[in-house]
Design a protein around this ligand. Sequence first.
Ligand SMILES: Cc1ncc(COP(=O)(O)O)c(C=O)c1O
Length: 391
Amino acid sequence: MKLFDVYPINNINIVKARGSYIWDDNDVEYLDMYGGHAVISIGHTHPHWVQKMEEQLEKIAFYSNSIKIPLQQELADKLGKVSGKNNYQLFLCNSGAEANENALKLASFHNGRKKIIAFTKAFHGRTSLAVCATDNPSIIAPVNETDNVVFLPFNDEDALKDYFENHGKEICAVIIEGIQGVGGIRVASKLFLQLIRNLCTEYGAVFIADSVQCGYGRTGKFYSHDHAEVNADIYSMAKGMGNGFPIGAISISPDIAPKYFMLGTTFGGNHLACAAAIAVLDVIENEKLMQNAEEVGNYLMEEIEKIPELKNVRGKGLMIGFDVPDELKDLKKNLLFKHKIFTGEAKPNVIRLLPSLALTKNDADKFLAALKEEVTFLVSEKENISASVNA
Ligand SMILES: Cc1ncc(COP(=O)(O)O)c(C=O)c1O
């Protein structure tokens, strides 16, 4: 049987991982500035996470949601504390798309409305409604097409006000990433997030903060929307939550009341997933990883800004992007194959950094040295080519 070929992949077989490093089957070491797509929050195979998972596996890995699973309450208590939203309610699922799908569906159950506002370049996942709130028609199948989602320009306060003034009572929810990931590390402005909060409150719409990529402490605060000092009605999360073990969730305001069977899942909140997520929160707290993300992230951004060829350095904490000009288009590839450093990308020309929140300053320095060396190399190569053409 063949694999269904949906990903362009690098021909590298990673067999071992620890902290911010991974090794291939030839024992070549790589620095992981990509975190397996923002998933590795506390570092690969963190000993506390491994121990908690092993202990749980020896007891029980799964039973259905038809019984009491005290680990779910333990996770809810910890998440409430670390996220600073003790009075919110937790629904557990398995992935980011599923979290957003449930958030949107719950919003519609709550206010009985249908219209969703999403923003240009948004990515919210690949399930039926989440994909329709994603600004990429090429991944929306004909069967999923809907008129229920409108896209407004990102960070455009006037367009948002205007839409609410004309359609306010129809709007079910506004969904927004605090920092767009797939869209190329675009930071939602504080004023824009505050306006969303005010308009949602005024018109009875639900504010959904997609924190799947930008949440879980990555930006130095638990949810990146916290930088705007607003509370959303629902936060969706996944990637960093299990440090690689699949788990997603929504954190729901106390103003939204549950009803039996309005949401549900077979695997969500299973014992092993909860053990992974609890271990992650233990480490985030004990090792002060949000503070580390802020400090090391600020340092990285300041240093990258000193490289004049790299443009428009942006982000928060350890969610960083910069534009790579056309003449340096081999930068990402060369970082990987010459310097053994994984980075992320966003189309057409953005390098995205999404390392573990435990990235050390030494690791950051190692990355910066390679980055500077490679930029210098590519610039000189380019100069040599144009000199020989002009000779
Ligand atoms: C902001 C955001 N929301 C949702 C998703 C979907 O998450 P998943 O791939 O776990 O379904 C992603 C994945 O990249 C994401 O970046």
